[in-house]
Design a protein around this ligand. Structure first.
Ligand code: SF4
Ligand code: SF4
Length: 419
């Protein structure tokens, strides 16, 4: 078919976008795995429908305004990529499309202001801590507020943990067998500072020196998914420089969303002077569970009581990085733990970056359904690998089931032989 406007010529990301469009054979295998299609049953709210919409808008056959509500409603969960037998790289299309669309036609005023507010706070731990500590005592106001203002309050814990300034370097007790760098994350440092500390403890236990390059910053995931291109590029450049300045065996992430976004740095930085560096960086990126699961000498103490644990796969680990069995293989090493699976474990929990702040009503419906499946799994604990999922699950499970980041649970049971 002749394109009236060749998609592959739309800027430096055009080739990737065109490849994604052309790979789709419209088979529809992705439809039942898409949370928005399952909720609405509308073709335009399915992956196949969205690919067609983006293609038509890019070619100039459809107005952006007609397509926008359906594209805005996409969670970016990438479940469609896993389901697709043709290997459509949906991520190569949706985020570049949002950046392109944003440049073509600015967002409505209120949405623009909201996104600016998010981008001015969440990526900066100090600012976010100030806002979160200010908001936490007012959680009780949430039911009285409109959805959009209630959502951030609902997601906050009622009291924030004490934060800790991380060192630039942590060394194991014996001479190190290698050296890794750790991305500290933004909101995670404030909402659950124990995650980084647990990861550092586990990495040291397997003999690695852990560096936290002080020049690192926000991974840029939020900006990228909101179509805020210049912010995403700036953040990606900063991290490429920070993590390329020294040589590491691996660059470790503990948040699925951050890891997945960093794997997209070559696309974010396409056409810039950091593209080659971004490709090299991706070759070293690993989620903390992926790295630890490969260390056979990592052992654990038995739990005090036998316990059933269920894993909520974060979409950006399961679909974004194809990391899933590693979490289960680590849990299997803890004597006393039995893994139980919940129904629809591979479906998004509704967190999806800032989706639960941007689309609180739909995210809450998805979150409630997820909480129902997790409660029915017969587990005493839920573990996950992403701070966003952790907060969303805690908000919807309330007191029904505890939720931990998997590294927190692993560190609690770290074998005495590692001490
Ligand atoms: S499964 Fe893949 S090829 Fe089939 S409609 Fe969905 S995206 Fe297109
Ligand atoms: S990323 Fe998720 S919500 Fe978006 S089209 Fe794919 S499956 Fe549906």
């Amino acid at each position: 078919m002749q394109h009236r406007i060749p998609i592959d010529q739309i800027g430096p990301r055009g080739e990737a976008m065109a490849a994604a469009v052309q790979a789709c054979v419209h088979c529809g295998f992705c439809l039942p795995t898409c949370p928005t299609y399952r909720t609405d049953g509308q073709e335009m709210d399915s992956p196949r429908g969205r690919i067609t919409l983006m293609k038509e808008v890019l070619q100039g056959d459809l107005s952006l305004e007609q397509a926008k509500p359906h594209l805005d409603a996409c969670l970016g969960c990438l479940s469609c990529e896993t389901a697709c037998p043709s290997g459509v790289q949906y991520r190569d299309l949706i985020s570049p499309f949002r950046a392109w669309a944003n440049a073509k036609s600015p967002k409505p005023r209120l949405q623009r202001l909201w996104h600016r507010l998010l981008l001015a706070t969440l990526p900066f731990p100090n600012r976010f801590e100030f806002v979160a500590r200010l908001g936490a005592p007012f959680k009780w106001l949430a039911p009285l507020l409109p959805n959009k203002l209630a959502a951030p309050l609902d997601l906050l814990p009622s009291s924030l943990p004490k934060t800790e300034v991380l060192d630039e370097k942590y060394s194991p007790t014996a001479p190190p067998r290698g050296r890794v760098a750790l991305l500290a994350g933004c909101a995670q440092q404030i909402l659950a500072p124990g995650i980084n500390l647990a990861a550092i403890r586990l990495l040291k236990a397997v003999g690695y020196e852990v560096s936290l390059p002080p020049e690192q910053g926000c991974c840029g995931a939020m900006a990228w998914h909101l179509g805020e291109d210049s912010s995403a590029v700036k953040m990606a450049r900063q991290n490429v420089d920070a993590f390329s300045a020294q040589s590491y065996d691996a660059i470790i992430t503990t948040a699925a969303g951050c890891g997945s976004a960093m794997h997209e740095y070559p696309l974010i930085l396409a056409g810039t002077d950091r593209h080659e560096q971004a490709l090299a960086l991706v070759g070293k990126m690993q989620d903390v569970c992926q790295f630890l699961a490969a260390k056979s000498d990592l052992t654990f103490n038995a739990t005090a009581q036998p316990m059933n644990v269920t894993v909520q796969d974060a979409c950006h680990l399961l679909h974004g990085q194809k990391v899933s069995r590693e979490l289960r293989s680590l849990l299997h090493r803890i004597p006393g733990v039995t893994i139980v699976e919940s129904a629809e474990a591979d479906m998004c929990c509704g967190s999806a970056g800032t989706y639960n702040l941007d689309h609180p009503h739909r995210a809450a419906l998805i979150g409630q359904e997820k909480a129902r499946h997790l409660t029915n799994a017969g587990a005493q604990l839920v573990v996950t690998g992403n701070i966003g999922c952790l907060m969303q699950l805690r908000a919807h499970l309330r007191d029904r089931l505890p939720v931990l980041h998997i590294v927190e649970f692993l560190a609690q049971h770290l074998s005495d032989t590692h001490k």
